[in-house]
Design a protein around this ligand. Structure first.
Ligand code: C2E
Ligand code: MG
Ligand code: MG
Length: 710
C-alpha cells in the first residue's frame, strides 16, 4: 500500500469511527489530557443543548459558566468533582449520577456518567472518554415515588396508625415507632417481642382476641379486624382497633400477619357517653323509651321462662300542660322531676320506671302475685301524684290517669302491652281523670280507638282531606329560610285533634302506610312546584319516612319514580328516617339509602340522640344531616347531660361532614347554645310552628320583607 492509499485508508477508518461514535445511543465526549474537549458525539451535543461542537466547548471553565451540577443529594458540585476531572485524577467514574441545571437555557436533566482514561506507553494520560446516559425519566419516577411514599407515611402518621408484623413460624415481631408510641413508648424503650403485645391485652379481652387470631391464622380469609383494650405505659387501658392481612406460603399456609393498630379510645368514650346519656331521660334521670323497650323485653322473657305474671302501667299526667304554659318550662321541668321521684317511691326495687314522652311515664311490674297487685300499685301512683307539689314557691296540683295491661294475658311483647295500656289510659282520661282502667279488648271498639282513627285515615286518603303543614328550617348563620319539613295532619272533624305520633303507627298496622307515604311524596312535589310558581326560592322540603314505610317492598323505586315524574330537582327533596329505622337490617338499609342518595335526594337522621346506634355504623351511611331530638334541644338551657350529648353529637357529626339541625328550639338560650357549638340549621316554635301551605308563603314573604328592611 503506497502512502496516499494508506492515508485514504486511515482517513476512512477514522471517518468510520467517527460515524460509529456519532450514531451511538449514548452520549460520548472525547477529551485531551488537560481536560480540553476534543469531540462531542451528536447525542452528547443534543443532551447538553448544543447545536454543534465549537471552540468554546474545548474549555471546561467556559462550559462551567452555563451549568450548575448537583449530586443526587442536591449538593452543588465544584468543578474538581466533575466526572472529567475525576477521571483525569485517575479516580474511577462508573455510573455517577448528576443533575445538570442549564442556567442559560433553563432546563434540568439527570445524567449517569461513566468513563475511561486511555494512557500512552509511558502511562501518561492521552485521551479520556466520557459516556453519558439520560436518566431524567427514571429520576422523575423515583422522585414521584418517594414523594408518594412520604405522603402516605404522613397520612399514616396523621392517622396515628401503628404498623406491625408477626412471623407465625418463629414468633418474631416488628412494631413500628408509631405502634410503640400508641402505648406511650419511645422506639428503643419497647423490645420487638410478641409478649409486649399479648401481655398488655386487657384480661377481659385476651382470650377472645387470641382465639380470633388463632382462627384467622388457620383460615386466613380477607382482613382480620380486632378490637381490644391494651395497657399503656401509664398503666391505664386504651381501646385499640387492629387490622391485619396474612401473607401465605405456596401451600396457602399463613407465614406472617401484617397489620395496623389505631387508638380509638376517644371515639369509644364518645360512644359510651352517648349510650349512657341516650338511654336516660336527661330531665328525670329515668330510663327513656329506648331503654324501657330494651329492659322490658328482658323482663318479659324472664317472666315467660318462670311462668310469672306482670303488668305494665301507662301513666299520663292530667293538667300538666296548663301548668307548664302558665308557670313556664322551668317549673314544668321541676314538676316532672318530682313526679319521677314520687313514682320511684311507689314501687318495689325490682320494678322498672321510665319516662317515654312529655308527661308520659311507664312502670313495668315484673312479678305480681297475691301480696302485690297492679291495681294497688296504680292506686298508689294516683294518690301519690294527687298530693300538691311545692315548686318555686307555688302550690301545684295535678293528677294522673293510669292504663294497665297484663302480661302474658294482653300480650307478650313490649309494643303490644304498651299499646294496650295506652288505650286503657285514654279510657281512664275519658272516665274523668285521676283514675285507672285495665285494658279489655272491647276498648278497641271505642270511638277514639285505633279503629276509628283508621277509618278517619281511610276517609282522608280517599276524599283528599289529608293535609301537610310545613315548618320552616333556617340557616343558623344567615337566618334565611332554606327549607321546610312537611308534617302530616288529619282533619279533626269535631274529634279531638290527634297528631302523627298517634296516627302513623295506626296507619302502619292497618297496612295503609305505603299509600299514605306515596300521597305525602306526591303532595310535597306538587307543593314545591306551586311555591316555585309563586316566586319562592328552591326550598328543600323534607318528608318523614316511618320505619314500616321504609321497609315496604318497592319503597325506593316508588319514591324515585314520583320524584322523577314530578320533575322537581332531587336536591330539593329530603327524606327523614330515624336511627331505629336504619339500624334494623342495617346492610339492606345502607343499600337503600345509597340508592336514594345517588339520585340526589338528601337524607337526614331524625330524632338523633334518643336511640343508641353505634357511631361506627353511622359512619358507613350516606347521610347528609343529623337532626337533634327536641327533648335534647329543650334540655340545653340547664341540663348538663343534654349539653354533653349535644356537644358529643355535634363533634361526631362534624367528623363525618354532616350538617347538624337543631329541632324543637323554643328558647333563645337553646338557640345560643347551639350556635356556639357549631349547629348549622335550626327549626322550632321559636321561629314558627308548622303551618298550612298558604300561611307558609305569607310567613316567608313577611320574613323576607323584614330582613330586607332590617
Ligand atoms: P319529627 O319528624 O321529629 O317532627 C318534628 C316534630 O316536632 C313535629 O311534631 C313538630 O311539630 C314538632 N316541633 C317542631 N318544633 C317544635 C318546638 O319548638 N316545640 C315542640 N314542642 N315541638 C316542635 P308533629 O307534627 O306532631 O310530628 C310528630 C312526628 O310524626 C314527626 O316527628 C314524624 O316522625 C312523624 N310524622 C309527621 N308527618 C309525617 C309523615 O308525613 N309521614 C310519616 N311517616 N311520619 C310523619
Ligand atoms: Mg322529621
Ligand atoms: Mg325530629
Amino acid at each position: 500500500m503506497d502512502a496516499p492509499e494508506a492515508d485514504t485508508a486511515l482517513h476512512s477508518s477514522e471517518e468510520l469511527l467517527m460515524r460509529i461514535i456519532d450514531n451511538l445511543a449514548e452520549g460520548l465526549i472525547v477529551f485531551g489530557p488537560e481536560g480540553q474537549s476534543l469531540h462531542w458525539n451528536r447525542r452528547a451535543l443534543a443532551m447538553h443543548g448544543y447545536a454543534q461542537h465549537d471552540e468554546k466547548m474545548a474549555n471546561l471553565a467556559k462550559i462551567s459558566e452555563d451549568y450548575v451540577l448537583l449530586s443526587p443529594e442536591g449538593q452543588a458540585l465544584p468543578m474538581e468533582q466533575w466526572p472529567i476531572q475525576r477521571l483525569l485524577r485517575g479516580e474511577p467514574v462508573d455510573d455517577v449520577e448528576i443533575s445538570l441545571i442549564n442556567t442559560r437555557q433553563h432546563w434540568t436533566r439527570s445524567f449517569s456518567y461513566g468513563g475511561v482514561l486511555l494512557r500512552d506507553a509511558e502511562g501518561k494520560p492521552q485521551f479520556g472518554l466520557l459516556t453519558i446516559r439520560d436518566i431524567t425519566e427514571r429520576k422523575q419516577a423515583e422522585k414521584a415515588r418517594t414523594e408518594a411514599e412520604q405522603r402516605l407515611q404522613l397520612a399514616v402518621d396523621i392517622a396515628h396508625l401503628g404498623a406491625w408484623e408477626w412471623s407465625v413460624l418463629d414468633n418474631s415481631v416488628y412494631y413500628s415507632a408509631q405502634w410503640k408510641k400508641l402505648l406511650g413508648f419511645e422506639e428503643a424503650d419497647l423490645p420487638d417481642k410478641l409478649d409486649e403485645w399479648s401481655n398488655r391485652l386487657h384480661p377481659a379481652d385476651r382470650e377472645r382476641v387470641l382465639n380470633e387470631v388463632r382462627t384467622f391464622v388457620q383460615h386466613p380469609v380477607g382482613t382480620l379486624k380486632l378490637e381490644y383494650r391494651m395497657r399503656h405505659r401509664d398503666e391505664l387501658h386504651r381501646w385499640m382497633v387492629a387490622q391485619a392481612i396474612a401473607s401465605l406460603d405456596e401451600q396457602g399456609h399463613t407465614v406472617k400477619l401484617i397489620g395496623t393498630m389505631l387508638d380509638v379510645t376517644e371515639q369509644k368514650q364518645i360512644e359510651q357517653r352517648l349510650l349512657e346519656v341516650a338511654q336516660h331521660d336527661p330531665l328525670t334521670g329515668l330510663p327513656n323509651r329506648a331503654l324501657i323497650f330494651d329492659y322490658a323485653s328482658h323482663l318479659l322473657a324472664a317472666a315467660q321462662r318462670k311462668h310469672s305474671r306482670g303488668a305494665l302501667l301507662f301513666i299520663d299526667l292530667d293538667r300538666f300542660k296548663p301548668v307548664n304554659d302558665l308557670y313556664g318550662h322551668e317549673i314544668g321541668d321541676s314538676l316532672l322531676k318530682e313526679v319521677g321521684a314520687r313514682l320511684t317511691a311507689c314501687v318495689r326495687h325490682e320494678d322498672l320506671i321510665g319516662r317515654i314522652g312529655g308527661d308520659e311515664f311507664v312502670i313495668v311490674l315484673s312479678d305480681i302475685g297475691k301480696d302485690f297487685s297492679a291495681l294497688t300499685a296504680a292506686q298508689h301512683v294516683i294518690d301519690s301524684l294527687s298530693r300538691p307539689f311545692q315548686i318555686g314557691g307555688f302550690d301545684l296540683s295535678i293528677s294522673a290517669s293510669v292504663g294497665i295491661s297484663f302480661f302474658p294475658r294482653h300480650g307478650i311483647n313490649v309494643d303490644t302491652l304498651l299499646h294496650a295500656a295506652d288505650l286503657a289510659m285514654y279510657q281512664a282520661k275519658e272516665a274523668g281523670r285521676g283514675g285507672y282502667v285495665v285494658y279489655t279488648s272491647e276498648l278497641c271498639n271505642r270511638l277514639d280507638t285505633s279503629a276509628s282513627i283508621e277509618a278517619r285515615l281511610k276517609d282522608g286518603l280517599q276524599n283528599q282531606r289529608l293535609q301537610l303543614h310545613y315548618q320552616p328550617v333556617l340557616n343558623m348563620e344567615t337566618g334565611k329560610m332554606i327549607g321546610a319539613e312537611a308534617l302530616l295532619r288529619l282533619p279533626a272533624d269535631g274529634h279531638e285533634p290527634i297528631g302523627p305520633d298517634r296516627f302513623i303507627p295506626i296507619a302502619e298496622s292497618a297496612g295503609m302506610i305505603a299509600e299514605l307515604g306515596d300521597w305525602v311524596t306526591r303532595e310535597v312535589c306538587r307543593q314545591h312546584r306551586e311555591w316555585r310558581a309563586l316566586g319562592l326560592p328552591p326550598l328543600i322540603i323534607a318528608m318523614n319516612v316511618s320505619s314500616l314505610q321504609f321497609r315496604q317492598r318497592g319503597f325506593v323505586a316508588r319514591l324515585l319514580a314520583i320524584v322523577e315524574q314530578s320533575q322537581i330537582e332531587p336536591g330539593c327533596f329530603q327524606i327523614e328516617v330515624t336511627e331505629s329505622t336504619v339500624m334494623e337490617g342495617i346492610d339492606e338499609a345502607i343499600g337503600m339509602l345509597t340508592e336514594i342518595h345517588a339520585a340526589g335526594i338528601y337524607i337526614a337522621l331524625d330524632d338523633f340522640g334518643t336511640g343508641y346506634s353505634s357511631l361506627s355504623d353511622l359512619s358507613h351511611m350516606p347521610l347528609d344531616k343529623l337532626k337533634l331530638d327536641p327533648s335534647i334541644v329543650q334540655g340545653l338551657t340547664d341540663d348538663r347531660s343534654s349539653q354533653a350529648i349535644t356537644e358529643a353529637i355535634i363533634a361526631f357529626g362534624h367528623t363525618l361532614n354532616l350538617e347538624i339541625v337543631g329541632e324543637g328550639i323554643e328558647s333563645e338560650q337553646s338557640l345560643n347554645y347551639l350556635r356556639l357549638h357549631g349547629c348549622q340549621e335550626v327549626q322550632g316554635n321559636l321561629f314558627s310552628g308548622a303551618m298550612p301551605a298558604m300561611e307558609f308563603v305569607d310567613w316567608y314573604r313577611k320574613k323576607e320583607h323584614a330582613q330586607w328592611h332590617a
